[in-house]
Design a protein around this ligand. Structure first.
Ligand code: B12
Length: 449
């Protein structure tokens, strides 16, 4: 059986003004280029779950010519994120019209199953683990069911766990590879549209499995940079330390997403620095505590906000840069937030910054609340779920104020002069620590500039 797995990749900015502004903001554009070429770990996992007697072909949607004849597959699997879902549906419709059965899976499909089912012979909700072999067997027997549910728990345990097929990336032009060490996040933020939506609880891969995957991923490229496709890697500090001790000898350069609590643990920070970690991405969301009120059910982020600056210093002093993420347009944000974020960034020494607008991804609690409150600007706006397009009426400013404030802040933060200033500040923090301690490793800035 010939199975075609087709990935939706690439970054998206719909707002024309922002896209054209992007062209003049070198830092923003270069980050976009770096991350735009990540492969689909979801589909590499689906490939790993596929019975060995099937022939699997991995494709990026960008490689397909919409006017050329379709590749001859017996079954097609397509992954899904919200922003590009309409392209996924168009491709699925094309294959189905040609008589090839199509299975749709992934985040958007799990969040919007009724919509997705209109464009597929079968949809798979949640993880492909625990269900994909059955889907293939049913397709072979010509009795594909319209809906399957994969696992939401124990995805990294036997007998469901598989090693993703990193070998399918051989000879492909990715400059980064991804490995997932955990799924979900205990914080449960209202806006989150990531892996928490396909899990029932936080799950972590046994260290030995994570390391074997990293070795396999690194084997496909000569000098690859590794991104952990986690939502929050270091929830469990004991697991974290074990993992860091195990990854250090691999001499990898890597990046991950985590929460600010890593700053509370000196031993973990030291191990992180020695492990080849170059950058941690942290959702600070808002520089002021009021913006964080009610974001997560336990107000965990709000309780930490007062210690953000100290925490950033503690992490960056180890030679690991913090990529601080801010969400604009939260309910407590007034137009004053744009200057507040700019000033916080300038004082903090954050080397890299991500500013986005609050985005009600369909299927999230935020979406349900804004819909209930009549604040969504359209019924269906999936192609605008880019994190840069405004899709709802903010509470304490107008849509226009949010859009123009975002553009203004882009200009303030993503420019060469500011970046050099931030880099200088970062080097100062790092040097201060060097003077007081023999840290024995080099700072990350050199690899990022
Ligand atoms: C890597 C990544 C990317 C890569 C994606 C590469 C790729 N082709 O997959 C790149 C850099 C290209 C990217 C781009 C974007 N991303 Co992104 N990205 C991520 C990240 C960090 C990890 C995703 C991942 O690899 N997960 C691990 C795999 C194993 O999980 P999975 O994909 O869900 O797959 C499992 C199941 O869903 C299922 N499954 C998946 N596909 C299929 C298919 C079939 C047939 C079956 C049966 C099952 C199945 O089985 C898999 C194994 O269990 C997440 C954040 C996060 N921490 O999760 C954001 C995330 C997915 N991205 C997000 C966003 C918003 C974007 C962009 C819109 C950003 C932008 N402005 O351009 C674009 C959109 C791209 C698009 N095509 O629409 C959001 C998406 C929310 C949503 N619901 O859509 C996330 C969750 C981050 C966030 N801010 O919330 N991203």
């Amino acid at each position: 059986m010939r199975i075609g797995l087709i990935a939706m990749s690439g970054v998206r900015v719909r707002s024309a003004e922002l896209a054209s502004l992007g062209v003049t903001l070198p830092q923003f554009v270069s980050r976009g280029k770096v991350i735009a070429s990540l492969p689909s770990l979801g589909l590499l996992t689906v490939a790993g779950l596929t019975p060995a007697d099937c022939e699997v072909t991995y494709r990026e949607i960008s490689e397909l010519d919409s006017t050329a004849p379709l590749e001859p597959f017996d079954l097609v699997g397509i992954s899904s994120f919200t922003a590009q879902i309409d392209e996924a549906y168009t491709l699925a419709d094309r294959y189905r019209a040609a008589g090839v059965p199509v299975v749709l899976g992934g985040l958007h499909v799990s969040l919007m199953p009724h919509e997705a089912a209109q464009h597929a012979d079968a949809i798979v909700l949640y993880g492909a683990e625990g269900v994909w072999p059955r889907v293939v067997a049913d397709a072979r027997a010509g009795r594909l069911q319209p809906r399957y549910e994969g696992l939401r728990a124990r995805v990294f345990d036997d007998p469901h766990y598989v090693m993703p097929r990193f070998d399918l990336l051989e000879g492909r032009p990715y400059n980064r590879v991804t490995v997932q060490t955990s799924r979900g996040c205990p914080l449960n933020c209202e806006f989150c549209a990531a892996s928490i939506r396909i899990t029932s609880s936080y799950q972590q891969k046994p260290v030995a499995r994570a390391i074997r995957e990293i070795e396999a991923a690194l084997a496909v490229r000569r000098e690859p940079f590794l991104e952990l496709a986690d939502d929050n890697t270091f929830v469990n500090k004991k697991w974290g330390k074990e993992f860091l001790r195990a990854i250090a000898p691999l001499d990898a350069r890597w990046f991950t997403e985590t929460d600010i609590s890593i700053a509370d643990d000196d031993e973990l920070l030291d191990l992180l620095a020695e492990s080849g970690c170059r950058q941690v991405l942290i959702g600070l969301e808002s520089p002021d505590a009021s913006g964080l009120d009610g974001m997560d059910p336990a107000n965990w982020k709000q309780r930490r906000a007062g210690r953000y600056l100290d925490a950033i210093d503690r992490i960056q002093s180890r030679g690991i840069t913090v990529n601080g993420c801010f969400i604009l347009g939260l309910d407590n944000h007034t137009p004053a937030i744009f200057e507040t974020v700019r000033d916080f960034v300038a004082t903090s020494g954050l080397l890299e910054v991500q500013i986005t607008v609050q985005t009600p991804f369909p299927g999230t609690p935020l979406y349900a609340r804004l819909r209930r409150e009549g604040r969504l600007l359209a019924d269906r706006y999936w192609d605008r779920c880019t994190l840069f397009d405004v899709n709802y009426r903010p509470k304490n400013m107008t849509v226009d104020e949010l859009e123009s404030g975002l553009r203004w802040l882009f200009g303030q933060i993503y420019n060469e002069r500011e970046f050099i200033r931030r880099k200088r500040r970062y080097m100062e923090i790092y040097k201060e620590r060097l003077d007081t301690k023999d840290v024995g490793f080099t700072p990350a800035a050199s690899s990022l500039s």
